[in-house]
Write a protein that binds this ligand. Structure first.
Ligand code: KG4
Ligand code: ZN
Length: 365
């Protein structure tokens, strides 16, 4: 028997970047299982994602991840109402693995297929709850303003209702997560740079390292490439002070790292610049669009300085802030199930001609 769509049991597949994620969710809210095979250790060797390596790792892990997701949820593919899958944006080779896998499951088990935009998944992670998510802030209330910050994307969007988006602004160059990863590399920290910089910054005892902020007037756009250049220069100056090789010579000697104190201070200053711009623009957007709640999502939303500062400023405005717990901010299958359930309930069905879209936008102005 098929469940009513609002209560639909969704099997969802995410493979757009370097996490193989499969989940079983109900009604876009409850998580029955959410299994993620992370390739972080694999890519740490090269200090970044090698697309060919990522695609092969998805192939290696996707069947065991499915088995565990079904086992954890105690269901079979025949029990689910639909199969949802990320079809973009992301790395073409990575997307194709999950997409072909999901198509095959849908075809063999005669289930409807629903295509999901990865960015919409990051947004809809805010609707998930499994006891540990969301705390007592409840569900997002419309109209809302959402800030999505990940390794590949940084944008602010207004949502008057479900599945309806008005793009307010986005990065004109690097994504926030990309900047974290690049500066993490310059500091000789472990890959990925975001969590490593966050940890290093927590140890800072001095909080006076000043990094530039690109405000870009009163737009809601972001730019982090100038910050990256400034960070490179400041790190070089600090290295010279400690008698370490600088510039290209530093890259040849990755073991010659800055002292822990300088690393902590510079990490704090760099992170503070990113958090300041992200929070200031999000709060201004929420105020001017008369939002009734704020949503924060994407891998960088796992950053505790960002979460804490945005929570404080949202509270001062009397606005609820909904931020998924960190494991639901970074790529996972449940977020695709959350968005997929909405699309499924809205009557959307994809067929086997659904193609991977490496640069699929969420919304146009
Ligand atoms: O959403 P995500 O898992 O993948 C993409 O869709 O890109 O985001 C990954 C990004 C990486 O750049 C990583 O460094 C960053 O999220 N990230 C963080 C933290 N945890 C992950 N950045 C800052 N602080 C963190 N705690
Ligand atoms: Zn993502």
């Amino acid at each position: 028997m098929t469940a009513p769509v609002d209560d639909a049991l969704i099997l969802s597949v995410e493979s757009s970047c370097d996490e193989t994620g499969i989940a079983v969710t109900r009604g876009g809210r409850s998580i029955l299982s959410n299994v993620v095979a992370s390739q972080t250790a694999l890519h740490a060797v090269s200090g970044g994602i090698v697309p060919e390596v990522a695609a092969r790792a998805h192939l290696r892990w996707i069947v065991p991840v499915l088995d565990q997701a079904l086992g954890d949820a105690a269901v079979t593919v025949d029990d689910v109402d639909a199969v949802a899958v990320t079809y973009g944006p992301g790395l073409a080779g990575s997307l194709l693995v999950g997409l072909n896998f999901a198509k095959t499951l849908a075809w063999v088990h005669d289930k409807p297929l629903v295509g999901v935009n990865h960015l919409e998944g990051h947004l809809y992670a805010a609707w998930l709850h499994d006891g540990a998510n969301g705390g007592d802030t409840g569900e997002p209330v419309f109209p809302l303003v959402a800030l999505i910050v990940s390794g590949g994307h940084t944008f602010l969007v207004e949502m008057p209702d479900h599945l309806t988006y008005r793009l307010l602004g986005q990065t004109v160059d690097d994504a926030a997560g990309e900047a974290f990863d690049k500066v993490g590399r310059l500091l000789g920290l472990a890959y990925p740079g975001g969590p490593a910089i966050s940890r290093a910054a927590e140890a800072a005892t001095r909080h006076d390292a000043a990094f530039p902020r690109a405000w870009l007037g009163d737009t809601y756009n972001f730019s982090f490439s100038g910050l990256k250049t400034a960070a490179r220069r400041t790190i070089d100056v600090a290295r010279a002070d400690e008698g370490l090789p600088t510039g290209k010579a530093a890259e040849a000697e990755p073991a010659a790292r800055l002292s822990a104190a300088a690393t902590a201070e510079l990490s704090w200053g760099f992170q503070d610049s990113i958090v300041d711009v992200l929070v200031t623009k999000t709060i201004r957007a929420a105020e001017s669009s008369r939002a009734r709640s704020i949503v924060l999502g994407g891998g960088v939303a796992a950053n505790s300085a960002l979460r804490t500062r945005l929570a404080g400023e949202a509270e001062a405005l009397g606005l609820p802030l909904i931020v998924p717990r960190p494991a639901l901010c970074t790529d996972n299958g449940a977020m695709i199930g959350a968005a997929g359930a909405r699309r499924f309930a809205a009557g959307e069905r994809a067929d086997l001609s659904l193609d991977a879209r490496p640069s699929l936008p969420l919304a146009r102005r």
